[in-house]
Design a protein around this ligand. Structure first.
Ligand code: BT5
Length: 264
């Protein structure tokens, strides 16, 4: 990345500090260091490549140099907006922002695989890692980490994937500027963060939800949590599943995985 050009294109946005690097261990780890050093709210950390990119639950996220977007955005609690009660919504913030950008700017049928993957054509194009730090029962800071596969060769080989994946360029059938994409994503994040606790946010999330009306199975590391048809997103960002018996159950994100059930 051309760091000064990228900074110039981000300068009009209401961000905190902007840190851009050719290579880092993980933008989320760097963001945590910036927080310790007193980074202002809405600070952005982005990198061309990551040597230890993090997925959820200690998994690895692969960011090939110059081929993808890897960014972290720093948020601090605010009365009414970012509080323990709204963390369910915060987990939807990045997927909603990214999916909306893919739809509006690139005309792609992006869907959100609850809680925080973005799919195009059923394949994962972006992953989100939300790191929340606590002091007792108070949230002290949140880092939203977003990884997007942009160039065709950004997608790791199948043996390194736990879910089918695709790049934005393959999905769109054209070249995509990572800088334009980053600017669009930051604009969308800023917009949706300001509407986090408004009904329009859940409506947007719900309207882009993957597997609506389809049977899914929810699992944690310890086994199955639930099964049912995807009904929607609740007011607090939980996933609502409808059982065969017609009963609705809400699931909070935690460390849940969603998989389609093949009933054929
Ligand atoms: C995620 O985890 O999808 C969250 C990924 C978050 C990455 C961003 S990049 C910027 C920021 N800094 C970080 O260090 N992380 C964040 P999860 O749902 O656990 O998926 C991880 C799994 O996806 C891995 O175990 C692989 O199987 C697969 N995977 C790894 N790299 C991938 C890629 N580039 N595209 C698609 N799948 C990938």
């Amino acid at each position: 990345m051309d760091i000064s050009l990228w900074k110039e294109h981000l300068a009009h946005l209401p961000l905190g500090d902007i840190y851009l690097y050719p290579e880092v261990t993980s933008t989320n780890l760097l963001a945590a260091e910036k927080i310790k050093a007193g980074a202002p709210p809405f600070t952005l950390v982005a990198a061309d490549s990551q040597t230890e990119g993090k997925g959820r639950l200690g998994r690895t996220w692969i960011t090939r140099a110059g081929k993808a977007l890897a960014l972290s955005w720093i948020l601090y609690p605010e009365p009414g907006r970012l509080q323990p009660e709204t963390l369910g919504m915060v987990s939807g913030l990045a997927p909603v922002a990214v999916a909306e950008v893919l739809r509006e700017q690139y005309n792609l049928p992006a869907k959100i695989k609850w809680p925080n993957d973005v799919l195009v054509g059923g394949k994962k194009v972006a992953g989100v890692l939300v790191d929340v730090r606590w002091d007792g029962c108070k949230v002290t800071d949140v880092v939203l980490g977003i990884g997007v596969n942009v160039a065709r060769d950004s997608v790791p080989p199948p043996e390194q994937l736990n879910y089918p994946a695709i790049s934005l360029e393959e999905a769109a059938g054209k070249e995509i500027s990572r800088l334009d994409l980053l600017v669009h994503i930051m604009e969308s994040l800023i917009k949706w963060y300001s509407r986090l606790v408004e009904p329009s946010f859940v409506l947007a999330w719900d309207s882009m939800l993957a597997f609506k009306g389809q049977q899914v199975i929810l699992t944690t590391e310890r086994g199955m949590r639930g099964q049912g048809k995807v009904a929607g997103i609740s007011d607090d960002g939980s996933l609502i599943l409808l059982s065969d018996a017609g009963q609705e159950t809400e699931y909070h994100s935690g460390e849940i995985q969603v998989r389609l059930v093949d009933r054929s």
